[in-house]
Design a protein around this ligand. Structure first.
Ligand SMILES: [Fe+2]
Length: 362
């Protein structure tokens, strides 16, 4: 057995604790806690691999002690063996019901006690090793995911003549708006979960990935698109959603996958139903796409394109105000406008003026 196991022996039966300590001495370092409170204090201060507790404790019922252990050791589940000096089947059943890994009679032979303690510790060791392997795998998958997102983002930058700044700025606006909505108490149900907020921010750089499928003639056209060209350009939304679905389905969580697909597919929908590809209206449009829409349009307004000069911040915020309830969700527009100074500060922080010219209007 691993000699580095640390065991906490809990109870006020001093003679039994001393015997136990001697039995386990060869393989474990065992310490005492003579009350449940003392045990809780020690467990909060130090890592133990196992708790062996008397069924009857001097200061707390076993149920309360076990629930304190669960709280302290969270998220880990600390293994517990309960010992009793009477062979009460109710106590045994109760111990297992409370989550004990084993129940041992104090009348058992020392060899049996040692064997059963060892079995619980080995199971714990195997569980910890599996958890470490699982975490390693998770980290590798996360790295692959990040690499794919970065590769996608750089492909879009290359195709669309966008600098990385455009993608970084829109992702930053998205992040600020999401935080702003939550602070205002808007869409709390959708945004209170941190994982959902992160999914929106992480997915933002992929929203225009579908532009990969649009020909250079249209994508890089130095001027406004004709009606037919615009129809082709519009396809980038649905194609982007499909690309993300196909490429990331095996490595992304369902939450991130759905968010990224929704953002790419619906970021050109409008609140009034006049957008594309599906002409969704109001809250039919996924929230993540409604947030992306305002970030994307604002950045286009304040950026220089080959067919227009950059609009001033004043003018750009005025357009956002006019489009509230038309292009944009009014609550999101309200939050965006209320964050004017922060948005400008962030935008200037990204050195807006150094962007290359953006040509095609999408
Ligand atoms: Fe787009």
């Amino acid at each position: 057995m691993d000699p580095h196991f640390h065991i906490l022996l809990v109870g006020d039966d001093n003679a039994n604790l001393l015997v136990l300590q001697q039995v386990l001495d060869r393989s474990c370092e065992a310490e005492f806690a003579f009350t449940a409170q003392d045990a809780v204090f020690k467990l909060a201060a130090k890592h133990y691999d196992l708790v062996i507790s008397d069924y009857t404790l001097p200061d707390l019922p076993l149920a309360e002690f076990m629930s304190s252990l669960r709280r302290i050791s969270k998220p880990r589940v600390l293994p517990v063996i309960v010992m009793s000096d009477n062979d009460d089947p109710d106590a045994e059943e109760q111990s297992f019901r409370l989550g004990a890994q084993d129940y041992i009679s104090k009348n058992s032979r020392f060899g049996v006690i040692e064997y059963r303690v060892m079995r619980v510790l080995e199971a714990e060791q195997n569980r910890a090793a599996m958890e470490r392997r699982y975490q390693d795998q998770e980290q590798k998958i996360e790295k692959i995911r990040q690499n794919i997102v970065e590769a996608f983002a750089s492909i879009i930058e290359g195709r669309d003549q966008l600098t990385g700044l455009h993608i970084q700025r829109t992702a930053s606006y998205v992040s600020m708006v999401v935080d702003g909505l939550l602070k205002k108490g808007y869409y709390v149900e959708e945004l209170q979960d941190e994982a959902k907020r992160n999914a929106i921010v992480q997915s933002a750089p992929l929203h225009d990935i579908g532009k990969i499928a649009v020909s250079d003639v249209i994508l890089l056209k130095p001027g406004r698109l004709t009606k037919d060209e615009f129809e082709i350009m519009k396809r980038h939304a649905r194609i982007g959603g499909m690309m993300i679905q196909e490429t990331l389905k095996s490595i992304e969580s369902p939450l991130i996958l759905k968010t990224a697909v929704d953002m790419a597919t619906y970021h050109h929908e409008k609140w009034n139903g006049q957008g594309y590809p599906d002409g969704l209206k109001g809250e039919q449009i996924p929230l993540c796409a409604r947030v992306m829409a305002i970030a994307d349009v604002f950045d286009a307004l304040v950026s220089k394109r080959c067919y227009k000069e950059a609009f001033s911040y004043e003018k750009s915020f005025e357009i956002i105000r006019e489009e509230s309830g038309q292009h944009f969700d009014p609550l999101i527009a309200e939050v965006f406008l209320s964050m004017k100074d922060e948005i400008i500060g962030m935008s200037e922080g990204w050195a807006l003026g150094s962007d290359e010219e953006l040509c095609a209007l999408d």
